[in-house]
Design a protein. Structure first.
Length: 547
């Protein structure tokens, strides 16, 4: 197989626009990052310490892949969970977005703050906006507005007690950190190769963690065909293989190839090349091989064996390497997958089933030790495929996400609301009072009937139907992605309960309530009035979990 992808530079590699001296920027960035350990020692353990957290929730990802994500501009709202930091009475949060966030949404989050008057919290919150709805990454928009950069700087009282946090770190975020004079609590963009599909496989091998058979650093359709044929020759019983774009995310950059009817021997390679354009099935809706092959030639990617089994799960382990080099296993989730072949992330259940916990924890620690030795910092996720083999589970590591992901904001919100912690020994989460907590969460609660609902409408529905988080019982529903609701009929929901089954029922109840409430109005855009089995509904999530 070829050793390195070719094609145009990607967001992982290219310097931010307008950078006069990249070497000087890297030097200054390294100096800022050297401040983080001291900030972490002085500020992070003390809830009464004065600090400023600058939140730039930019999805600095491949633009073409990002366009597959419905309501992508509103995903900047997912990190509004960090407004919960305002529960600390001397913490100031600066939150920057492309477009202003509706006041109703801000009020919704601030009213969730335990033990802090809303007015007190609001005085310590600075909301800034680019007033720019273009598809460019938020960080790029900020860098193009020097006056906005200065307003962010002015909102930071003490740069030595402040840091910048983001969704994912690229050269854009490095440039912003340097211009703000703030350390970035995230992985150095120079290490982002570790989070590509090929880089992940390399790290897994170095860590001694099992991964699916496959090939990385593929460059084009010819390499894909060669790799598919080689996989089948290596394992004649293999039924399917997965093709993945190097920088795809949420499974939207995946495609599945079936070997049904494949010949053996010398005829196999030609058969794969001939069948590839018509046999491969892309996970993203509307994606076709011709366009996918063009992206692959530009981005590169991998091919690996599809893990088949009677019962399969997609667990994810969230880890953190702090500025002092300590590794923490933060959480485990069962990812709930949708799409034609169960490759697209639509939600998650927390915690992952206990049977998988110990082996996943150990594999995660092995990978984290390799990443720590290479200088990786911050939160990251490790995705696995787990298949039941009789009375044991076979686990294969498939991906490292060096960024915040779909399991990050639900877990952060749970921690902020309940003051609890995940116990690696038991695989359970307990509140400060010792109560177990479970949740089911999704970013993909979506239906045409929801289009036109405003944030105020959603809050009314939640209050009228008691769909809100109750601090006394420490259970209930927290909504997010609320800004996407009116335009796209899409929102997120975090359903917290003291048992796994109750969390599932709460999610189903949430979907049912939204269905009843929207059924009272005339159907919008010709869609059915009551959502029952559409993308992100409880019916699809249950089906995805079972499959």
């Amino acid at each position: 197989m070829p050793e390195a992808p070719s094609g145009a530079a990607t967001l992982l590699e290219r310097p931010a626009a307008g950078v006069p001296d990249l070497d000087d920027e890297r030097r200054r960035f390294a100096e800022l990052q050297a401040q983080l350990p001291d900030v972490f020692r002085r500020v992070f353990p003390d809830p009464l310490a004065a600090q400023t957290v600058v939140v730039v929730p930019s999805l600095s990802l491949d633009g073409e892949e990002l366009r597959k994500l419905v309501g992508a501009p509103f995903y900047e709202e997912r990190l509004l969970c960090l407004l919960m930091l305002l529960r600390q009475p001397h913490t100031h949060v600066v939150y920057v977005t492309s477009q202003p966030v509706a006041p109703t949404i801000i009020d919704y989050y601030l009213h969730l703050l335990p033990g802090v008057p809303v007015g007190h919290a609001r005085r310590r919150l600075t909301l800034l906006s680019c007033h720019d709805a273009s598809p460019a990454p938020l960080t790029e928009k900020i860098l193009a507005r020097p006056r906005l950069v200065e307003r962010i700087r002015a909102a930071v009282a003490d740069p030595l007690a402040a840091h910048l946090t983001c969704f994912n770190a690229t050269p854009l975020e490095r440039t912003l950190a340097v211009r703000l004079g703030l350390p970035l609590y995230a992985c150095d963009p120079a290490l982002n190769h570790h989070g590509t599909k090929s880089g992940s496989r390399e790290v897994f091998r170095r860590a001694g963690v099992a991964l699916p058979a496959g090939y990385e650093h593929l460059r084009d359709a010819g390499d894909v065909a060669d790799a598919l044929a080689a996989l089948k020759r290596h394992d004649p019983a293999l039924r399917r293989a997965v093709v993945k774009l190097e920088e795809g995310f949420s499974g939207e950059g995946n495609a599945v190839f079936s070997y049904d009817g494949a010949p053996t021997g010398a005829a196999l390679a030609r058969w794969v090349r001939d069948e590839l354009p018509t046999r491969i099935r892309c996970e993203a809706a509307g994606e076709r091989w011709e366009r996918y092959a063009e992206k692959f030639a530009r981005m590169g990617g991998i091919v690996e064996a599809f893990m088949d089994g009677e019962e399969a799960r997609s667990p994810s382990v969230q880890c953190r390497i702090d500025p002092l080099g300590a590794v923490q296993i933060v959480s485990t989730h069962d990812q709930i997958m949708g799409g034609p072949s169960g490759q697209i992330f639509v939600g998650c259940a927390f915690p992952a089933v206990a049977a998988c916990g110990p082996e996943l924890h150990e594999a995660a620690r092995q990978v984290a030790d390799v990443l720590r030795a290479d200088g990786v910092l911050g939160r990251f996720g490790l995705d696995f495929v787990s298949v039941r083999r009789g009375d044991w589970w076979e686990h294969r590591a498939i991906e490292i996400n060096l960024r915040k992901g779909g399991t990050t904001h639900p877990y952060l919100m749970l921690q902020f609301l309940t003051d609890g912690a995940y116990d690696c020994d038991t695989g359970l989460y307990r509140t400060a009072a010792g109560q177990p907590c479970y949740y089911e969460a999704t970013d993909n609660l979506r239906h045409p009937a929801y289009v036109g609902l405003t944030p105020d409408d959603l809050i009314d529905i939640a209050v009228d139907n008691r769909l809100h988080f109750d601090a006394a019982s420490q259970q209930g529903v927290v909504f997010h992605l609320i800004g996407a609701l009116s335009e796209h009929g899409k929102l997120g929901a975090l359903c917290i309960a003291p048992s796994r089954e109750r969390a599932r029922r709460l999610h189903a109840e949430t979907v049912a309530v939204l269905g009843r409430e929207t059924a009272r109005a005339e159907p919008r855009h010709g869609g059915p009035a009551c959502p029952e089995a559409t993308s992100g509904s409880s019916a699809e999530l249950v089906s995805a979990r079972a499959g």
